[in-house]
Write a protein that binds this ligand. Structure first.
Ligand code: SF4
Length: 385
């Protein structure tokens, strides 16, 4: 299979592992953050960490879309489905993210947590276009698409809003929770753990692949120049990630801090201009948005522009965000900031499992906890002892 099999080639992986070992100097440590959940998944699934020397450590970043959704946002979607009586559509992983009171969208769909046992009409969709089709098929019902994700999933949401407007669909709206990658990176770099206390040492980033096909590599140049942190944009196959680690090592050794593009098969410096224009036409920056783990970040998310206000579910149904604290034992916040590792959560793998996630990082296969549970928990447990 083109662009997959050749990026999982064991012989090439062994060669890259040797090159990484030769490049890692014995007299220092290296700490690289992989931004994306896709990278985290690849590192865990293919055992990339096992191929690295002890002084090269990977730190999980906040780039898993469902992981960074705060509880209050899921609560908004549940309120819309249960109290607002809408058909609520979203992606599969979103339905499993824990909300207030032990609920999730999936449990609300089953009528749990409601004295009357009334079911929310909550449906899983594979795309924004599926949600639009549900609205077309149910002209007598209000249909809300719960739109989440980074810059990769934003253009399709913009497309369906424009389509709904062109079709004159009066029963479709979007609960917009799209967030922005550069804001999350800036938040990590500005955090006290990185800037003041040094408890999260960071020598560079593996930058997102799919997000960068939209925004290009240019937005990361600021981080390389201003913070002197090299960034290598990389794909999600194991050899992509290993090549990116090698490129980061070489930059650090040479004292360089540049944006390099390992994923040149899909990413350019300027990205997809057409998609960017579409997003700019439909969305504008929110002043502030709450992220799980990272807190309120200024200008870190999008909302729907006034000309499309009738498609904005927050406007239409008057729902607003109310902050809710995470489960007391859950360390997702610290994990998303790179401060802790999944195995350092005391309920990891016991109370909290992919079948019964207590925190958002255990929901998606891209979440750090789910990736560790599925592929690395026994090795990790041994390492901690
Ligand atoms: S193991 Fe579960 S509760 Fe603990 S940090 Fe991960 S997701 Fe949160």
């Amino acid at each position: 299979m083109k662009f997959i099999d050749e990026f999982r080639d064991g012989k090439l992986a062994r060669g890259l592992a040797v090159a990484i070992r030769h490049s890692a100097r014995d007299d220092r440590d290296y700490h690289f953050m992989e931004f994306c959940g896709g990278h985290t998944h690849a590192i865990s699934r293919y055992g990339v960490s096992d191929l690295l020397p002890d002084n090269v450590r990977m730190i999980h970043g906040p780039g898993c879309p469902v992981c960074v959704l705060p509880i209050g946002r899921i609560d908004m979607a549940i309120r819309l489905a249960r109290d607002g009586g809408v058909i609520l559509c979203s992606y599969g992983d979103t339905l499993r993210v824990p909300a207030s009171g032990g609920l999730s969208l999936l449990k609300a769909k089953a009528g749990m947590g409601c004295r009357s046992g009334s079911h929310g009409d909550i449906r899983m969709v594979y795309s924004a276009g599926d949600a639009l089709a549900v609205a077309q098929q149910n002209p007598d019902r209000e249909v809300v698409f719960f739109a989440i994700g980074f810059e990769t999933t934003t253009p399709p949401t913009a497309v369906v809003i424009k389509q709904a407007q062109a079709l004159g669909l009066g029963n479709f709206s979007v609960l917009c929770c799209h967030v922005l990658t550069p804001s999350a990176i800036a938040s990590i770099l500005e955090s006290p753990e990185v800037r003041q206390w040094g408890s999260v040492p960071l020598d560079g980033f593996i930058g997102p692949a799919h997000v960068s096909t939209i925004i290009g590599s240019r937005p990361y140049e600021f981080f390389a120049e201003e913070y002197r942190k090299p960034v290598v944009i990389a794909g999600f196959e194991p050899l992509d990630v290993m090549q990116a680690i090698l490129m980061l090592l070489r930059q650090v050794n040479d004292g360089r801090a540049l944006v390099e593009n390992e994923f040149s098969r899909a990413v350019t410096r300027d990205g997809n201009r057409k998609a960017q224009q579409l997003v700019a036409e439909v969305f504008e920056l929110r002043r502030s948005f709450a992220w799980r783990g990272l807190g309120e970040l200024p200008y870190s998310a999008l909302r729907i522009r006034k000309p499309f206000a009738s498609f904005d579910a927050e406007n239409r149904f008057g729902v607003s965000y109310e902050p809710v604290a995470d489960h007391a034992a859950c360390e997702c916040g610290a994990i998303l900031r790179g401060v802790k590792r999944p195995q350092e959560c005391r309920i990891f793998g016991s109370v909290c499992t992919p079948e019964n996630p207590v925190g958002s990082c255990m929901v998606s296969s891209e979440g750090a906890c789910a990736a560790h549970y599925s592929f690395g928990r026994f090795a990790d447990a041994a390492a901690v002892q």
